[in-house]
Unconditional design. Structure first.
Length: 267
């Protein structure tokens, strides 16, 4: 019985390739002697494999016998460890880490507990601290990419940028007053400003995040859909989070609002 450390690899514009030997190719990072799970089509596993990184690209994933072909600035001997592509968390409210396990078993928890607490507690500081904690926990668990929707997403983006993760970050839009907007129009404008700031970031994809059909109007959802297509960004939304939402979806409200585009990420 033994325990192996999991090393999740995530780099912008990643290129994976099994390469033949190259004479002393200079790289920035060399991870050697690892059990490498390539997750390629053949599910190849290298028992004593190596991963070579140059700049922001993985330039080699191959058998350890090629280790002498590389000259690295930094070398990690990962004997006994596992190296694999990073995990992806497809739906988070990372800053809500500070509300962990709060009334999870209560059907109407949002209106009874979460919305009132958010009204009192959500601020830039709270979002930043919650994002820092949540991001560190994800990295420790092997998650390198995640999709998030909440308030003050520019604060979340700063943490993502600093830690080096990838993320799709959706600025929430909701029809009643929230921490960073007095109404949906202000929320949409906040989202537009956020999108403008991060649209060219190599690891962060900004997005619109209307909270749900029942917390927005038809006009709001249609406007966001139109803007998302104009700005070529995703839309993140809750669609079937509760029994009530399932009833709304059954009425084809999402199709009527034109929300189902290739860019929609829905829970």
């Amino acid at each position: 019985m033994f325990k192996k450390t999991l090393i999740a690899v995530s780099l912008a514009a990643t290129t994976l390739a099994s390469t033949s030997a190259l004479a002393l190719e200079k790289v920035d990072l060399l991870i050697k002697n690892a059990t490498v799970l390539t997750m390629n089509e053949d599910r190849t596993v290298f028992k004593q494999g190596l991963v070579a990184v140059k700049g922001n690209k993985i330039v080699a994933v191959t058998n350890g016998k090629d280790v002498e072909d590389y000259q690295a600035k930094t070398t990690i001997d990962a004997d006994g460890d596992i190296v694999m592509p990073g995990l992806i968390n497809t739906h988070t409210h990372v800053s809500m880490t500070v509300f962990r396990s709060l009334a999870d078993d209560v059907p109407d928890r949002l209106h009874r507990y979460i919305f009132p607490l958010e009204k009192k507690l959500v601020s830039r500081d709270m979002v930043r601290i919650g994002a820092q904690l949540g991001n560190v926990e994800m990295v420790k668990g092997g998650v390198t990419t995640y999709a998030d929707m909440y308030y003050f997403e520019d604060e979340v983006a700063k943490t993502v940028d600093k830690i080096g993760m990838r993320a799709i970050l959706g600025e929430s839009v909701i029809k009643f007053p929230v921490a960073d907007a007095a109404n949906a129009e202000e929320g949409i404008q906040y989202a537009l400003n956020f999108i403008e700031e991060y649209k060219d970031h190599p690891r962060i994809t900004p997005a619109f995040a209307p909270h749900a059909p029942y917390t927005n109007t038809t006009e709001i959802l249609q406007k966001i859909t139109k803007l998302s297509l104009e700005h070529d960004v995703p839309v993140m939304i809750h669609l079937a989070e509760s029994d009530r939402e399932n009833e709304v979806i059954a009425s084809a409200v999402v199709v009527n609002h034109l929300l189902l585009t290739w860019q929609t990420l829905a829970l």
